[in-house]
Design a protein around this ligand. Structure first.
Ligand code: HPA
Length: 256
């Protein structure tokens, strides 16, 4: 059973993966975002998939989330560490912050978001009370602590449709609803992982203040790119730290 990393904007590649091979997995739902990268990182078997594709060409609403999660399940992935760029709504979650959310609200629409449809033997409703796996949330937080990299423990992720950014009024509404950060890819990724029986947690990298949080300011793509390219260095360290901690715990056996 393997561990997978799903990379978001700013994390389309991970360096340092050894014994690399790339594998295209076809699924009943079509093609995933690209071939998965399979290899070893810090002594552990790892599977890597960039959700927007290797050239960052697939926009959030056109990602084939069902194929992505199905492909990982086919590869016997049992745990997913996801990384996702977000806008910050909560005053403590400004650009450059790292947040490990514990809740989400889904505002997306029209995305195929379940495996349980078509000709079914029985109607199925998965439990989704706690959308993120606590053990993986703790793995992010412990890695942050070990590296001296501050992370915010908990918060509500609001998943919007995109690809446009939000209006100031939409962000005020999300804030009233209790959202702390906003992103475009957290759903249906999290629920499909749950339906596929894969543990899942997400590390949110705050790239910008969400629209209208600071009166009169607009969101700048240049700022988003600058912040992400700075923050991803830390994120890469966090992922490596998690895998080396796993490697130590397992006494060097490859399957982490
Ligand atoms: N809104 C939605 N998604 C995002 C943002 C944002 O402000 N920043 C990065 N991803």
């Amino acid at each position: 059973m393997h561990l997978a990393i799903i990379g978001g904007t700013g994390l389309s590649q991970i360096d340092g993966i050894d014994d690399v091979r790339h594998q295209m997995v076809s699924t009943p739902f079509g093609e995933p975002s690209g071939p998965v990268t399979i290899g070893r990182l810090q002594g552990c078997d790892v599977v890597f998939l960039p959700r927007h594709g290797y050239n960052h060409r697939i926009p959030p609403h056109q990602i084939n989330y069902r194929a992505n999660l199905w492909a990982l399940r086919e590869l016997e992935v049992s745990r997913i560490l996801a990384v996702a760029a977000v806008g910050g709504i909560h005053p403590d979650m400004g650009p450059g912050s790292l947040v490990v959310p514990d809740q989400l609200i889904d505002y997306t629409w029209g995305r195929p978001s379940t495996y349980y449809e078509g000709s079914l033997e029985a109607v199925t409703h998965v439990d989704f009370t706690y959308p993120y796996a606590d053990s993986l949330r703790q793995a992010f937080l412990e890695a942050g602590a070990a590296l001296g990299l501050p992370m915010l423990d908990g918060g509500t992720y609001g998943a919007t449709q995109g690809p446009r950014l939000e209006t100031a009024a939409e962000i005020r509404r999300l804030e009233r609803d209790g959202c702390d950060v906003v992103g475009m890819t957290g759903m249906p990724e999290a629920v499909l992982a749950r339906e596929a029986g894969i543990e899942y947690a997400s590390l949110n990298v705050v790239a910008n203040w969400a629209a209208g949080v600071h009166d009169g300011e607009t969101v700048s793509m240049a700022e988003i790119e600058r912040t992400l390219s700075k923050s991803m260095r830390g994120v890469r360290q966090v992922l490596k730290q998690i895998l080396s901690a796993e490697d130590r715990q397992r006494g060097g056996s490859a399957s982490c």
